[in-house]
Design a protein around this ligand. Structure first.
Ligand code: CP
Ligand code: NVA
Length: 301
């Protein structure tokens, strides 16, 4: 079953095919109004369930719009409103949902929920973010980098901040797409040990960013982190804020990315977010195009 669970679980050639198709589909739309259907309708007659156990703006809207542009239909479900949130097993939910829909996209807390859903579903399952990874976002980020600067292979990408779920998918992508990835952040917020063979760790953010082609950050407090950790994390991370001085250490044509939502003034200043290096809103747009290609790969259409 062609699930899209993680970048490290997907064949590099398939990943490359998705990025190339996403760019081709974006160009084919050529700025058409969002409600205009694509000329091809590969999802005609298909029904997709979008399940959210956590909040979302980009993932929810971009999947919904993308599926409709390709002729498919969607239902957006809150995990809390489903029996899934009230004791029905994930396996049983997966079996039942598979009788109704052609594909399941799920944003969930525990990675185990995603994996059990995939194990028991008889339709493809897409990871729309777990506590551990966010693969749709990083497919988008690779697409966005290449759109602006050409092949990402061999480039230096620097992550400044928390070694979180978005970072983990960057680490997977560094191996699959062949770029160098440096993590800079405080030791207590290091990425999980399984990722450390693939990355460089540099505690000094100014040293880390030297020669970077791309600088990336994310929120200091993720949706799965306890709010009680907020003050401690702010103290640990304030030296890793991406501001004009830090960006000045990168290459002159370096890009800045953030998956959003951003906390302006915390992990990034407005000057950088709205500055000439920033491609954050192209990233947000490209969620739509990248996920359309992921959906087509999963459904083989
Ligand atoms: N970047 C991202 O996944 O955003 P949402 O949480 O709004 O979906
Ligand atoms: N790391 C963030 C990403 C949000 C898209 C979170 O998990 O909350």
């Amino acid at each position: 079953m062609p699930h899209f669970l993680d970048i490290d679980r997907t064949d590099p050639q398939a990943l490359r095919g998705m990025i190339d198709r996403a760019r081709a589909m974006k160009m084919a739309r050529n700025g058409a109004p969002k409600g205009v259907p694509d000329s091809e309708q590969p999802l005609a007659g298909r029904m997709v369930a979008l399940i959210f156990e956590k909040p979302s703006t980009r993932t929810r809207v971009s999947f919904d719009v993308g599926i409709r542009q390709m002729g498919g239909q969607t239902m957006v479900l809150s995990g809390a409103d489903m029996q899934l949130g009230h004791g029905e097993t994930i396996a049983d939910t997966a079996r039942v949902m598979s009788r109704y829909v052609d594909l399941i996209m799920i944003r969930t807390y525990e990675e185990q929920t995603l994996l059990e859903m995939a194990e028991h579903a008889t339709v493809p399952v897409i990871n729309g973010l777990t506590n551990r990874t966010h693969p749709c976002q990083i497919m988008t980020d690779v697409m966005t980098y290449e759109e602006h600067r050409g092949p990402i292979a061999g480039r230096k990408v620097v992550w400044s901040g928390d070694g979180n779920n978005v970072f983990a998918s960057f680490a997977h992508a560094s191996r699959q797409f062949g770029f160098d990835l440096t993590f800079t952040g405080p030791q207590p917020l290091d990425p999980e040990p399984s990722l450390r063979d693939w990355i460089t760790i540099e505690r000094d953010p100014y040293k880390a960013v030297q020669g970077a082609d791309l600088v990336v950050t994310d929120t200091w407090v993720s949706m799965h982190d306890p709010q009680s950790a907020k003050e401690r994390r702010h103290n640990q991370l304030r030296g890793y804020r991406v501001d004009r001085d830090l960006m000045a250490q990168a290459k002159p044509d370096a890009l800045f990315m953030h998956c959003l939502p951003a906390h302006r003034g915390d992990e990034v200043t407005s000057e950088v977010m709205d500055g000439p290096s920033s491609v954050v809103f192209d990233e947000a747009e490209n969620r739509l195009h990248a996920q359309k290609a992921i959906l087509r790969w999963c459904l083989d259409v």
